[in-house]
Write a protein that binds this ligand. Structure first.
Ligand code: HH2
Length: 282
């Protein structure tokens, strides 16, 4: 099945809502928080439906864990995991993103009904930009110092972490737009080749990433730096810390959040909105 391209899918979501929530569905045996919970297609589809009912605007389907130390998954396995889920979700009016570093997987996922490419490698696969241009789909470009989850924490060394992220995302975004990608979202890549202090500094200086001028996505949900700060070893016990990080990002102008706990984030954002404007657009 293929869908008509909607080149402004993210712009439309951003027009309709001050903050766009992307719900995480990892169809993997080994993701750090929900590994093995949604490896079964029906379970993954049901979870996606639950997140959509709770208010997720985008459902992010991934078939390869990229947690620190993870080993790569063959493309065939990644496809086996994600395609049946995307095909089922395509039957509903849901916006789906494919969380992959691989152009082949992105291409097949879009043909199956996905609308957005979410690439934690920042479009390093030489064919990825071509896939986005051919299908006219938006891309999320995430910062990571190297495209290698197994070793990325060895590269958590920067003179100026935010300066490095801004320079990297700016040039990758420019290249994608010049090649004809219709929409670009940038993401500082919480936890990808960053120490606890780096991640906290990114939150503190989020305005500098917003100032690049593209919509910003933050994906700190349940990550280990939150566990380190709050003393929660179990990822599912990090939702309160995740909400605080994400609200701080939103207050600095971040417009998209990639989260496990959609219901909790909806509640926090509704309360924040009742107090005052939640996205600082200065
Ligand atoms: N983080 C993960 C995966 N995809 N995409 C974006 N844009 N930003 C992120 O920060 C991001 C991402 C890693 O988290 P998760 O999918 O929950 O775990 P795992 O990699 O173990 O599957």
């Amino acid at each position: 099945m293929s869908t008509a391209p909607n080149t402004a899918v993210v712009a439309n979501l951003l027009r309709a809502s001050p903050v766009v929530l992307m719900g995480i569905i990892n169809v993997t045996p080994d993701s750090f928080s929900d590994g093995n919970q949604f490896l079964d297609t029906d379970r993954a589809v049901n979870h996606a439906g639950r997140l959509a009912a709770q208010g997720a605007h985008i459902l992010d389907i991934g078939g390869e864990s990229t947690r620190p130390g993870a080993t790569p998954v063959p493309h065939a396995i990644e496809l086996e995991r994600v395609i049946p889920v995307i095909e089922q979700l395509a039957a509903y009016e849901l916006v789906v993103s494919i969380d992959t570093r691989h152009a082949l997987v992105a291409d097949r996922a879009i043909a199956a009904g996905a609308h957005i490419i979410n690439d934690v490698s920042g479009l390093r696969d030489p064919d990825m930009i071509g896939v986005a241009v051919d299908h006219q789909v938006p891309v999320v470009i995430m910062h990571t110092p190297v495209d290698d989850p197994a070793t990325m924490q060895l590269h958590a060394q920067y003179d100026d972490v935010v300066g490095a992220i801004v320079a990297d995302l700016s040039s990758r975004a420019r290249r994608a737009l010049e090649a004809g990608v219709p929409e670009v979202i940038v993401d500082p890549g919480f936890g990808f080749g960053k120490s606890v202090d780096h991640n906290v500094e990114i939150v503190r200086r989020m305005r500098e990433i917003v100032a690049i001028g593209h919509p910003v996505l933050a994906g700190a949900s349940r990550k280990s730096f939150i566990g380190a700060v709050v003393g929660a070893a179990e990822p599912t016990n990090r939702d309160s810390g995740s909400i605080v990080v994400h609200l701080a990002c939103v207050a600095a102008g971040t417009r998209l959040l990639r989260v496990h706990d959609i219901a909790g984030h909806r509640q926090a954002l509704a309360m924040a909105a009742a107090i005052g404007p939640i996205v600082d657009s200065r």
